[in-house]
Design a protein. Sequence first.
Length: 404
Amino acid sequence: MRRFSWASYGMFFLSGVSAVLLGAVMPEFLQHYRATYAAGGRIVLVQAIGFIIGVPLSTRLANLLPRPKVLALSGLTIAVAQGALLTLPQFRWIYLVVICNGLGVGALETLVAPSILETFPQQQAIYMSRLEASFGLGALTLPALTGTLILLGHWQLSFLATGLLSLSLAFCWFRITMPEPSSETATQRDAPMSNPPRFLQRSTKILVLSSFLFTTVIYVGLEGSINNFLPALFLAGFKATAVAATLTSSTFWAFMVLGRLGIHWVAQHLRYDQYLWVSVSATVASLAILANVRSSGIGFLLVATLGLGMAAIYSLFLVYANHTFPGQTQSITSAILMMSGLGNAIFPATFGYEMDRLSIHDTLILLVGVASLIWIGLFTISLVLRMLRARDNRRHSTSEKGYM
């Protein structure tokens, strides 16, 4: 069980590294190829398409092979892609390489997340927060390494470090077997939630599921845009140096990690929906203020609050969706991950295009608008679920009166 847990954390660490790798080296990468930010957005788009392909493909492979073997293959795929990027091939080959990298990342997230949810049914939020903390540690470590390599003039060695990590994890998963679901009474459990709603009408179920998927697209698109273009925003808008701009990504992920480590405690005291409201509000407020300041010091402070605000949104949203639709862990998780890939495909590509056209202030206002859409999706989910529970309570009260 412990080996499985740590190997799962390792895969999400790798996923975090992959999520910010292109963003951390984006200015140097585009300068090497003499490309625009729009081209950088297209690269992110193609990698996200690979992610989307990896979700159903890994599910299909998991029906033919043991999950650990499929996870090992995903690690090998990422290692090969990183090795190809290390050689800095001709630009036309970059698209093929990043689509393979995205495919590997999509496969590992598709299989690791539901495996954790199924193995620890009483502690889903706690263990998902550990996975997300591992993701954050990876996203934090890589920019710090990249900043050092940029100073040394060897930024492309970031690809070598990522490739070696994925290769070692692949060999690790070849030696792991899947554990049985934990039946032990947990000493630390998620905070009690209301019972899952009963969907008497198919249209209501579709509305709630669609709202979950819509909000996932928006949130992951927002996070993907920040991952890939935050250093570039500070480089252009706050006149930061290349190294300082890269460190904005480290600051963002340092506070993401702190926030995710705190979920371990929060998940035992607050319901998923309560914490999500606080997190989304903090995210919108941080971006709105960031759009209206030009001090790099205040900017770094706001990046920190943004990281804290966004820390738990994805993991708790995934757990919240699985709680709302019990017994459908693999299908719900796969659907959310596919929407994650879609958001990561559409938004960074659009954002890169808009960065070439808009001022930094207008670009940040665009992010505020995107973050506000998360509010709308969460409000829709909360409203419909509250109405369904009110209906069930009325029916329960009526049945009790009839019995008396």
